[in-house]
Design a protein around this ligand. Structure first.
Ligand SMILES: [Zn+2]
Length: 343
């Protein structure tokens, strides 16, 4: 007998590559609450794994500022790890194999990440410490330049000029190399175009924009232009489409948009780069959400929209998780080479 259920979301390994956590405190992630993402909603929406971000707002680049950023990152990563505790919890998913294991176990996989390299200040040892705490990617910047690189959006209130280094700083170049060695993916969302292009050329593991949209469809500083898509495709990188309304359409509000607007950006990215270079990073609880996809429980609505736009089972599987899993494997292989050489 053929299965009667034709739900395109059934049996998919789904990874959302960017979600924020409440901070300094908020509703329990174990209960269905007011947030876009909590563990019950992930289960209902059949989301297999999520990159949960320790988001560090850019502040002053003095000793006190850097110390505060580092402490905040440590505490937030602790809070992310705590989501994996107990029967109702998720499962830490620090490798591609562990993401697959969480998927097989039917428990949300938890992938800790850092948003803003400001968390390490100018101290490479902190990158090693955070990698040991499990982070699988780090955005080089947030809004505002830091010790690593220029951001897409400068913060004049912190004394930023339009650009400071013309891309990566010397320290930033070393950071990219060390991230490769540690198996931590280089996230270029929030970075300036020059930073992004330099990182894409320099990084031995392909880079990823975990939550960005297409500049040709919406001219926002945070979005990727065609030249950036070209280098991502050429180097094996990924553009993970985000669902923040004003990145999807100029000056739009969440209530103006639907999942169709997200699929427009997916379509554009796939046409430019091919199916192997595109994914989804919602930025839920950090500004993401459109009508019909306001929280993780509604994830199947986007899958249905992709299917009705003509994407087949294998293509949807790549967009929703296959491509990011593959990139995790590449990062593990590059880190492994180094380890093998050292042994
Ligand atoms: Zn962000």
């Amino acid at each position: 007998m053929q299965a009667m259920n034709n739900d395109p979301h059934d049996g998919l390994l789904v990874i959302d590559t960017h979600v924020d956590i409440p901070w300094p405190e908020g509703p329990s992630p174990f209960e269905d609450g007011p947030r876009c993402v909590d563990l019950p909603k992930l289960k209902r929406g059949r989301v297999s794994a999520v990159c949960f971000a320790a988001y560090i707002p850019q502040g002053r680049r003095d000793e006190a500022g850097h110390e505060a950023a580092t402490s905040r990152a440590r505490a937030m990563l602790g809070s992310i790890t705590a989501m994996a505790q107990g029967e109702a919890g998720g499962m830490m998913a620090l490798s591609a194999a562990r993401v697959e294991a969480a998927f097989a176990a039917g428990r949300p996989g938890i992938i800790p990440v850092i948003e803003n390299g400001y968390a390490i200040g100018k101290n490479m040892a902190l990158l090693d410490e955070f990698a040991a705490m499990g982070i699988r990617y780090m955005t080089l910047t947030h809004n505002g330049h830091n010790e690593i690189a220029d951001a897409a959006i400068a913060l004049p209130m912190l004394g930023d000029e339009a650009e400071e280094y013309g891309g990566l700083s010397d320290f930033g170049q070393d950071v990219v190399a060390r991230m490769n060695e540690l198996g931590v993916l280089v996230d270029v969302s929030h970075a300036s175009k020059k930073t992004m292009m330099q990182a894409a050329r320099l990084s031995r593991t392909p880079v990823v924009a975990t939550h960005s949209c297409m500049k040709s469809l919406c001219d926002h500083k945070r979005n990727l232009d065609d030249e950036q898509l070209e280098i991502l495709a050429a180097t094996g990188g990924l553009a993970q489409i985000t669902i923040v309304s004003n990145f999807l359409r100029p000056k739009a509000r969440a209530s103006d948009l639907t999942v169709e607007d997200i699929v427009d950006h997916v379509d554009y990215a796939v046409k430019r780069m091919g199916i192997d270079h595109v994914g989804i990073g919602t930025d839920f609880d950090g500004g993401g959400g459109v009508r019909g996809y306001m929280n993780a429980a509604q994830t199947p609505n986007l899958t249905a929209a992709l299917a009705s736009r003509g994407y087949g089972r294998e293509e949807i599987a790549k967009i929703w998780g296959g491509n990011f899993l593959e990139l995790m494997r590449k990062a593990e292989a590059v880190a492994g080479e180094r380890k093998a050489a050292a042994d």
